[in-house]
Design a protein around this ligand. Structure first.
Ligand code: ZN
Length: 182
């Protein structure tokens, strides 16, 4: 497990991340960079780091960017989120990384374009990220994170609507969780 933290000193965030990452065995051979910085467009982001010379291969590192504040807020800190919520969020981001593994580096470029231009593609990959998180044992945390985002006044109504439109509904996560347990 190779995790490099950049500008991240908060113990709770680090512990939550490493305990989630531990369960994603298939990703451990990659260098994982976790950087905390101000992000405007989201609270967390998972991206492949691809060198230009590796554009036609599949060798790459990954970077998870963690906002300092919750999206839409300049007061609510990410480190104040409950642990379960943080873990669910990280499991979702690492779910994206598992999905990225099936793309070549060149394929990742069209992935990026499709994500921005196709609503159905966005919905499909957001559902996939949750699915991978559930398969790695984080169904409960995914549910907690969703419930928190959808009910907390820290998140704007616009953001909550995006979550409702593109992300897996709590009910479906619960169903999947039941079927993986049985
Ligand atoms: Zn996502």
């Amino acid at each position: 497990m190779k995790i490099e933290y950049i500008n991240l000193n908060n113990k709770k965030i680090k512990n939550c991340f490493s305990s989630v990452y531990e369960q994603f065995n298939a990703l451990h051979h990659h260098q994982m960079i976790v950087e905390q910085k101000r992000v405007g467009s989201s609270t967390m982001q998972a991206q492949p780091k691809i060198a230009l010379s590796e554009i036609f291969s599949s060798s790459r590192n990954y970077k998870i960017t963690v906002g300092i504040y919750i999206k839409d807020s300049n007061k609510a800190h990410v480190h104040d989120l409950p642990e379960e919520v943080l873990k669910g969020w990280f499991a979702h981001e690492l779910g994206h990384v598992v999905d990225y593994e099936s793309y070549t580096n060149f394929g990742m470029i069209s992935y990026g374009i499709k994500y921005l231009t196709s609503k159905s593609f966005k919905k499909e990959v957001e559902h996939k990220a949750d699915e991978y998180a559930i398969n790695h044992g984080f169904g409960h945390e995914i549910i907690e994170a969703k419930k928190y985002i959808l009910t907390s006044p820290l998140f704007s109504e616009d953001y909550q609507n995006i979550i409702r439109t593109f992300y897996m509904p709590v009910k479906l996560v619960e169903e999947k969780l039941r079927s993986t347990k049985s």
